[in-house]
Design a protein around this ligand. Sequence first.
Ligand SMILES: Cc1cc2nc3c(=O)[nH]c(=O)nc-3n(C[C@H](O)[C@H](O)[C@H](O)COP(=O)(O)OP(=O)(O)OC[C@H]3O[C@@H](n4cnc5c(N)ncnc54)[C@H](O)[C@@H]3O)c2cc1C
Length: 499
Amino acid sequence: MRKEDNGKHIIVIGAGIGGLASACLFAAQGYNVSVYEKNSTPGGKMQQLKKSGYRFDTGPSLFTMPFQLEKLFEKCDEKLENYLHYRDLEPLARYFFQDGTVFDNYFDKKANAAEIEKFAPNSVNEYANFLKRTENLYRKTSQAFLFNPLYGFTDYKKLKYYDFLGIDAFSTVSQKVDKKISSPHLRQFFKRFTTYNGSSPFKAPATLNVIPHVELNMGGYYVPGGMYRIVESLVKLGKKLGVEYHFNQIVHQINVKRERVKGIFLKNGTHIKADAVIANSDATDTILNLIAPDTISNSRKAKQNKLEPSCSGFVMMIGCRNRWHQLKHHNVFFSNDYRREFEEIFDEKHLPQDPTIYIANTSWTDPGDAPQNSSNLFVLINAPYVQDNQDWDEITERYSGFVIEELERRGLDGLEKSIEVFEMINPKDFLELYRSNRGSIYGTSSNDAFSAFMRPKNKLRGIGNLYLVGGSTHPGGGIPLVIQSAFNALELMKRYNPK
Ligand SMILES: Cc1cc2nc3c(=O)[nH]c(=O)nc-3n(C[C@H](O)[C@H](O)[C@H](O)COP(=O)(O)OP(=O)(O)OC[C@H]3O[C@@H](n4cnc5c(N)ncnc54)[C@H](O)[C@@H]3O)c2cc1C
């Protein structure tokens, strides 16, 4: 139930998951909340496409740590189960290696061990031990780094010096995996999880080996009817709590006077007063472009500009009159040379010549997502963030043809001639559609040991009532962490502006 109206107006810039979650949390506390979104629909990067009988999730396809969403609903005095259903998936995903090895990765430990036995019998125990290690990492890091706003003295006090020992902060994901796992297939498998945070396993600290724990020990979930139901459930909850949504409204500037936010200017010049603003717009865009000039120091802007964005994505949505028996719901077709692939993405900054190709084939689980005997393939390849000198129209045209050929070579016979629906999203589209920094899809990268501390915090220092939420802020990208950023914003508001 919503607390009594406190007469205060909060503006949320952007209706991504972070904006929608914040809107609900603050409305439940009695604030009058208005969301201003530049696009015509809520959800930000979490969208869906429906065309000619096919349905695609155009952004996230894997739902992890559902307890975060449950907690959000609880904090608003509601039950998630009254708004949304989600279910587990077995196998979690099918992995294809180019030497013909296929690995069905099961959540069920026995079924998974039986799978590993087929191609890497000596690594069955290594896998189990590595998972224990990832669980241990989660135990050591989650309260200190994930569920902690890392803003004030009290937050940093929670970081004990021994937190840094034993969390593998000073070796890379790849080094640690190679040390603990002997099977080349499982090495590549475990390194892949670093991409969930848009980083390179050859650069990111081995602390990120916590990510496999989240999916492999805690579970990977799917929302029947599509991931967009998460967006719909948040909007429904927001409306019940009195949130007002304004679409097709670009926020041009955050108006700041004497270190306090006074409101926002829309692109059409209208000024809307606010007692506080929560920016779900990309943090780099917010700090460099949205906050009124002369409010933020040049050194702060330079610091922000220096943060390396996460990778972007090259997305193809292919509706085709064909079904391939070898595809499951989540499918990963690995490259032959993983190190080379990440060098191309993060160092040379071009699309990989031998990419790892992820395919979400949700019609395997939800037959309604494609016509009979057809498939809705959501194809995602990790891509470099946008550079100034790239012609993405030309690259997209050329690369999409290559990917189709590559998928046929990797076993999807007859793909090209069965295509009925074909849509793409490239890194430049991510930049233009959502104003994400250089088209990054998970905020900033974690390609060095200190990036966890460098991400913008959920309250901007120096401006009393400006909060930042979303994947480009602490604690990072992905649905559960983005929801955490909204929890943090509320906590910081209560701590520093209690009235
Ligand atoms: C292809 C892809 C696959 C992914 N897969 C997964 C996955 O499987 N699991 C997972 O958990 N996560 C995944 N992610 C990451 C996840 O989608 C994001 O971390 C999350 O959705 C980001 O939410 P956000 O709150 O940061 O907002 P965003 O989605 O970035 O939304 C921000 C919103 O603000 C609006 N906005 C920006 N500037 C302005 C302005 N000036 N005025 C008005 N509005 C503005 C934008 O239009 C946008 O709607 C994936 C992302 C992509 C793109």
